[in-house]
Ligand binder design. Structure first.
Ligand SMILES: *[C@@H]1O[C@H](CO)[C@@H](O)[C@H](O)[C@H]1NC(C)=O
Length: 423
């Protein structure tokens, strides 16, 4: 009895010290219980470049929909002592739109700068003084100064059978399943088998599994492909390792378990295991599949911390049969210096096919498609010219390799979506 009581007490203490939930990314301020705003400053940035810098935080140049948004934007301090901040409104003649696609349902134009019926392009900044919107001097062109970004507040509500951790929700399933069933049955809103990034996280999940009554071992969301470093199914970086020697071991398959037995000093250590093995498992969801920006702030019960390092490409990503793949950060703008390699394998006696229904990449990006794994000669590649969205490209076997590289520091565009399938 005392034993069980002590375990629960430990868990409570752990939780108290690990919840650091905030609905906004670092440096952002939540406005009126809704979205998060931040000012940024850039030297010689265009409207498009400012938008891209907001995208890197998972947001957009700010749209403004009421007095509260406007006053928050007006009063926020700029990193440099600018008198105004660029906002996400772009007008051509009388046609105005917010870059985040929300309705233009509120305006505060300085009277002399109201759009007029002249086909002229105008971008606007919000004045720190009177809170009115002034046409930028270089309009949407290159200028140095402050701009306002808006990011959707992350919200998530943990279910009664979940534990809140780092602003997300952890779910422990004690009924064993094989790895693919386990991954697919993790609860929604960004749910995956757990990835582990520090000793503290390893301890937390080890204790949670034990307190939940699991003994033996538990699935983590790792895939240890024969020659490559570990890949986490949630696509976060592999930056922490608890494999016990001689693991990973080629005698076993690609999945990863955490040992829960204290015999032989293996408690909390990882080994690879055949993926058909049925084990209990741990899932984590952090709300990252919630739309990134929205103009209708929803009241939230529980808040979620800004996600772990998503949108980064692991060394290689593997895909089987048929599905969709995306450039990093899609559908927001392409982050610089993210080389992504994708290996697509369809069933043995089929031919892998691929098409690109969405392709929005301009200068500074390169997408190369290889026929098979070992080919050095690209089947095709795209730099600034987009593939025909209805064209289907075929390999000569069941394997296609794709490499996507934003080659300079300011790649333009929002990336691409591809569909692959066997024929
Ligand atoms: C996992 O289990 C499901 C359902 O029992 C089964 O359909 C699937 O083939 C199994 N996968 C592996 C890799 O064993």
């Amino acid at each position: 009895m005392l034993h069980v009581g002590m375990r629960s007490a430990c868990l409570v203490v752990l939780l108290l010290f690990t919840i650091e939930a905030t609905p906004c990314p670092d440096g952002y301020i939540q406005v009126g219980g809704g979205d998060c705003f931040k000012t940024m400053w850039g030297e010689r940035v265009t409207f498009t470049k400012a938008e891209m810098m907001c995208n890197e935080d998972g947001g957009m140049l700010a749209s403004i929909h009421n007095d509260q948004d406007n006053e928050a934007g007006r009063s926020m301090v700029c990193p440099q002592s600018d008198l105004q901040k660029l906002i996400g409104l772009r007008c051509v003649g009388l046609e105005c739109e917010w870059t985040d696609g929300s309705d233009v349902d509120y305006t505060r134009f300085f009277p002399a700068n109201v759009p007029s019926n002249d086909k002229v392009e105008r971008c606007y900044s919000l004045s720190n003084g009177d809170g009115l919107w002034y046409k930028m001097k270089a309009s949407c062109g290159t200028q140095t100064g402050c701009f306002l970004c808006r990011v959707k507040a992350r919200t998530i509500t943990c279910n009664a059978n979940e534990v809140e951790y780092k602003g997300g929700c952890v779910f422990v399933q004690t009924t064993p399943a094989n790895q693919s069933v386990a991954e697919n049955s993790c609860p929604g809103q960004g749910g995956h088998l757990i990835s582990i990034h520090s000793q503290e996280e390893n301890n937390f999940h080890q204790n949670l599994a034990l307190v939940s009554g699991i003994s033996g071992s538990v699935y983590l969301g790792g895939k240890q492909y024969a020659k490559d470093p570990l890949i986490w199914v949630d696509q976060t970086y592999y930056d922490f390792n608890k494999f016990i020697a001689p693991f990973p071991n080629s005698a076993f398959d690609d999945c990863v378990q955490m040992m829960l037995s204290s015999e032989f000093g293996t408690l909390g250590q990882w080994t690879n295991v055949d993926c058909i093995t049925k084990l209990p498992y741990i899932c984590y969801r952090d709300g990252t599949n919630v739309p990134l920006y929205s103009t209708t702030p929803k009241p939230s019960t529980t808040t979620v911390v800004y996600p772990k390092s998503h949108y980064k490409c692991p060394p290689v990503q593997y895909f089987n049969r048929a599905g969709k793949i995306y450039s990093p950060n899609f559908p927001l703008s392409i982050p610089p210096q993210q080389r992504c390699e994708y290996v697509i394998t369809t069933d043995r006696d089929t031919i892998a096919h691929i098409k690109f229904p969405v392709y929005d990449c301009e200068s500074g990006t390169k997408l190369t498609v290889y026929d098979g794994l070992d080919s050095e000669d690209p089947l095709l590649y795209f730099t600034s010219t987009a593939p025909n969205p209805s064209r289907i490209y075929a390999a000569s076997s069941n394997i296609i390799k794709l490499v996507f590289e934003p080659t300079d520091n300011s790649p333009v565009g929002t990336g691409w979506e591809a569909e692959f399938f066997p024929l």
